[in-house]
Design a protein. Structure first.
Length: 286
């Protein structure tokens, strides 16, 4: 493994695109924030990256804010060991990637000793949008592109999502939800569905690249669950993206109920995906 340079960006992009199902965060970050510069002032999602192969066949990155993003189709432990000295001393708040790749990183870097608010393998799904199945009764809902008028409900739902799904500390959830909502509104990544004029569910995109999106932040208030609302929210968002030319979507499910909703609109399971968030953030190699 060697440190990636600006001249490597096209080759990195081609590699990540070829493995997009497990590389959406890295692919999206590369397009939006690019590679980080050592000692510079870097956007939070810019990446310090290491690559192997010619053409690129392995990729490990850590964002400026501390998320580890590996894409290692083979020989994962070997590549983690190769880059471990360069990662030593860096601050990490999480790791996400294909389950086997992430597991190898935990073992090599000793991350199993770190405290975590979330550390689990989740079922991983993909859908070619030509096969999207819009649920029966979809015409009962109004799809809304949210603006400032919808900010209060978005922030409340996002804070609840952080508490319930991501394990964010209650003292931090509201502030994080405000930042997430700022980004969602600025990038136009979220859709709400309304029933009788009242918001009942939402779905968002947490990573995007040419022709493919990754769904995230799906939320229905507890008192409205069990009615299939999430599948309508996701289907509405993906139908819009399909019209705009997006061909594929991926996601990972936080619960069995969520998985059933995704299967109901055409998603098929492709594996497992690991999401780990450390609390407190860990200094790698310590």
């Amino acid at each position: 493994m060697r440190r990636a340079r600006p001249a490597d960006v096209p080759a990195i992009g081609a590699f990540l695109a070829a493995h997009a199902d497990v590389a959406m965060f890295a692919l999206s970050n590369l397009a939006s924030d690019g590679l980080a510069v050592e000692g510079g002032v870097n956007p939070p999602r810019s990446m310090f990256a290491w690559i192997a192969g010619d053409p690129v066949s392995a990729f490990i990155a850590i964002t400026a804010e501390g998320m580890l993003l590996p894409v290692l189709p083979e020989r994962a432990s070997e590549h983690w060991r190769a880059v471990a000295p360069d990662l030593a001393g860096r601050r990490a708040f999480g790791l996400t990637g294909g389950a086997d790749t992430a597991r190898a990183g935990f073992d090599v870097l000793g991350l199993g000793r770190a405290g975590s608010v979330l550390n689990r393998d989740e079922p991983h799904f993909a859908l070619d949008l030509a096969a999207l199945e819009v649920p029966p009764g979809h015409e009962r809902f109004t799809v809304v592109r949210p603006g400032e008028a919808e900010r209060p409900v978005m922030e409340a739902w996002r804070a609840a999502y952080h508490l319930e799904v991501l394990g964010t500390a209650p003292a931090q959830a509201e502030a994080v939800a405000r930042r997430d909502t700022d980004r969602a509104l600025a990038l136009d990544t979220t859709r709400l569905i309304l029933r009788d004029g009242v918001p009942v569910s939402q779905a968002g995109i947490n990573a995007a690249a040419e022709g493919i999106v990754q769904i995230g932040g799906v939320y229905t208030p507890p008192e409205l669950r069990g009615q299939g609302l999430a599948r309508h929210a996701v289907a509405a968002l993906l139908a819009e993206k399909r019209t705009a030319g997006v061909a594929r979507a991926v996601l990972f499910a936080a619960s069995a109920a969520a998985a059933r909703s995704y299967v109901a609109i055409g998603f098929r399971r492709i594996g497992e995906y690991r999401l780990a968030l450390f609390d407190p953030p860990v200094e790698i190699g310590r």
